[in-house]
Design a protein around this ligand. Structure first.
Ligand SMILES: Cc1ncc(C[n+]2csc(CCOP(=O)(O)OP(=O)(O)O)c2C)c(N)n1
Ligand SMILES: [Mg+2]
Length: 629
């Protein structure tokens, strides 16, 4: 069938696919790892007899070949796979198999999250019959203008590679393209191979070499020499340079290279959400978080920086405080990034390279140069002052209900230097960005590229699967919990231990505060009964999330005070079982102010006095916003 006499193997498309995945490896710095370490799935008619049969055969042959794990929600399993990949610095990931229709479209949010955060995940949704002999099949959404469109096409814009395998012959090419994208640091993200259910089951004679061991080298791209010269020149001409580190520094394992640049030169470092743990919190030049959820230390230096070196950051609006954080009239940017797309932002000097390689070459080019002693002193003083603010936030002793900042302090103290905190949405990520004390580059796992409610528990599962020896502390709000907490059952099933701190504040503390600041009076942001006036401002709902967690198989500890929380965390550490620690906090108490702004447009005309006042403040704040050209 291959047109030559080369050896072939007779397998279905699904059998060939899973067998191929078991033979793929990634390699960087000489270290090889399995690229696809397992497969999450939820079966339906669109994959049960194709990919399902193939996984069963494989499991019976060798349970370690591509371990199959059941998830409860397709979105949750993509979150787990993305978190797994992030913990592995993108060198390994997991596959996700689904049925057709709703099972497949449940992947879309997870896929977008993976792609925004540049995390490799391999998605294998089932698809409607390639032959169309029985169409419309159950759950097929027919597109009247064309029969070659299915709901899986919604995965195209959120995938970095998308292919549909209509014919077995197409599979080898698609697999090669898929592996290349998964292992390309600049291109990586969600990769989708849509698998029509009849094609999955169709047998074919595959070239035997399709299944030989294959190693995908993950490059450390070195920077263009002229770009490094320009970047070094810009630094030497600056008086107040500032480094902003993003997730790329963590993925590239560039912490040591960063320290070798800043220790001799004295350039202070501010951190994005993804880059928060790129530097230990107590380094004298670590200013902490920058931007809308930043520290006042970082934001003060950002305001006056004349040169900003962004390393592995995509410059989200949170980082730039919606283009107001960097306010020096002549501020210029240098962008070190593997992705040319990001390196070119803010009219910066583009250094398209791996962060570690570029930092090493830049350190070499800056040898002998330092910032002024006054500037170094100013930075270390600001960092120390912020540390005092954090201490105070950890110990406010707010009553009757504790402050969220005290919860963060207690968890930070309970966590060992290599343990991991996981979070994604609500008021917690911003508070963690400001207040969490980082000690290990992978110890801070806040998903803020997509800030997706529901990532927390599923993500925690992926983190723990990737790094079982680390304790994993999931911080989750009641809103996020209600959106997607079912993967607790998966964690219990797999014996994967999580410590989940469930922060109950009866609604959206984050969006509530935002709403109030924008004049919208916390409308629709609390979980309350509808009152006699027809509004959602009645008593709080009798929802018992601790009981809910218990019903899913978790051990549950209820904490009423911060002291309770401390002992519950100690107990949870001791336990080998997934433990949920439930605590109620005051939703109205904000973390220390960042002094920075975030652009959320306010109605230009309104019958509400609160909105009109907010609009006036908005127009005033907007004056500071500028393009960086
Ligand atoms: C899937 C999703 N839907 C909506 C949002 C917008 N959003 C951001 S935070 C938030 C509320 C989160 O509530 P909770 O988890 O209780 O955290 P809290 O704000 O109370 O800290 C909402 C609705 C989001 N980030 N993700
Ligand atoms: Mg809440």
């Amino acid at each position: 069938m291959t047109g030559t006499s080369r050896p072939t193997v007779h397998l279905t498309t699904a059998q060939a696919l899973v067998r191929f995945l078991t033979a793929q490896y990634s390699e960087r710095d000489g270290i090889e790892r399995r690229l696809i370490e397992g497969c999450f799935g939820i079966f339906g008619h669109g994959n049960v007899a194709g990919v399902g049969e193939a996984l069963l055969e494989l499991e019976l042959e060798d349970p370690a070949a591509l371990p199959y794990r059941q998830a409860r929600n397709e979105q949750g399993m993509v979150h787990a796979a993305a978190a797994f990949a992030r913990m592995r610095n993108r060198m390994s990931t997991l596959a996700c198999t689904t049925s057709i229709g709703p099972g497949a479209t449940n992947l879309v949010t997870g896929a977008a999250l993976a792609t925004v955060n540049r995390l490799p995940v391999l998605l294998l949704p089932g698809d409607v019959f390639a032959t169309r002999v029985a169409n419309p099949v159950l759950q097929e959404l027919e597109y009247p203008q064309s029969h070659d469109v299915s709901v899986n096409d919604t995965l195209r814009p959120v995938s970095r590679y998308f292919d549909r395998i209509h014919r077995p012959e197409q599979l080898p090419h698609a697999l090669m393209a898929a592996m290349r994208v998964l292992t390309d640091p600049a291109d990586t993200g969600a990769v989708t191979l849509a698998l029509p259910q009849d094609t999955q089951a169709e047998a074919f004679d595959w070239p035997a070499e399709l299944f030989t061991r294959r190693v995908w080298h993950v490059p450390r791209t070195r920077p263009d020499r002229a770009a490094v010269v320009s970047a070094a020149q810009a630094v030497k001409q600056s008086r107040r340079p500032l480094i902003v580190v993003g997730g790329g520094v963590v993925y590239s394992e560039a912490t040591w290279a960063l320290l070798r640049l800043i220790d001799p030169t004295g350039i202070p470092v501010a951190q994005t959400q993804a880059g928060k743990a790129a530097i230990p919190f107590d380094h004298p030049l670590a200013l902490g978080a920058v931007g809308a959820t930043g520290s006042r230390a970082a934001n003060a230096l950002a305001r006056e920086a004349d040169l900003v070196l962004g390393i592995g950051t995509r410059w989200s609006d949170f980082t730039t405080a919606s283009h107001t954080a960097f306010a020096h009239p002549d501020v210029r940017f240098v962008n070190i990034n593997v992705a040319a797309f990001d390196a070119a932002k803010h009219a910066g000097i583009a250094v398209v390279a791996d962060a570690r390689e570029a930092l090493e070459e830049l350190a070499e080019a800056l040898r002998g140069w330092t910032v002024t002693p006054q500037y170094r002193e100013e930075a270390t003083r600001a960092a120390r002052a912020w540390s005092d603010v954090v201490d105070a936030a950890y110990t406010t002793r707010h009553s009757p209900l504790p402050a969220q900042s005290e919860v963060i302090g207690a968890v930070n103290e309970a966590a060992g230097p290599h343990d991991v905190v996981v979070c994604a949405a609500g008021s917690m990520p911003g508070d963690l960005h400001k207040l969490w004390r980082t000690r290990d580059p992978r110890g801070y796992h806040v998903e803020y590229g997509y800030s997706c409610m529901g990532y927390e528990i599923a993500g925690g599962l992926g983190v723990k699967l990737a790094e079982p020896e680390r304790e994993v502390f999931v911080l989750v709000g009641d809103g996020s919990y209600l959106m997607l907490s079912q993967e607790i059952a998966t964690a219990v099933q797999e014996g994967v231990k999580l410590v989940i701190v469930l922060v109950q504040n009866h609604g959206f503390a984050s969006i509530g505060a935002l709403s109030e600041s924008l004049g919208s009076q916390r409308f629709g942001t609390a979980y309350r009964y509808r009152s006699a006036q027809g509004r959602l401002d009645g008593p709080v709902l009798p929802v018992d999330l601790a009981a809910n967690a218990e019903s899913l198989g978790a051990q549950v500890l209820r904490a009423a005070t911060i002291d309770d929380l401390r002992s519950a965390l100690a107990k949870a550490r001791q336990s080998s079982h997934t433990t949920v620690v439930h605590i109620e906090t005051d939703p109205l108490l904000p973390a220390p102010d960042s002094g920075a702004w975030w652009d959320v447009p306010v109605a230009q005309t309104s019958a509400l006095g609160t909105t009109r006042a907010a609009r006036a403040a908005y127009e005033d704040a907007k004056k500071a916003q500028r393009p960086y050209l």
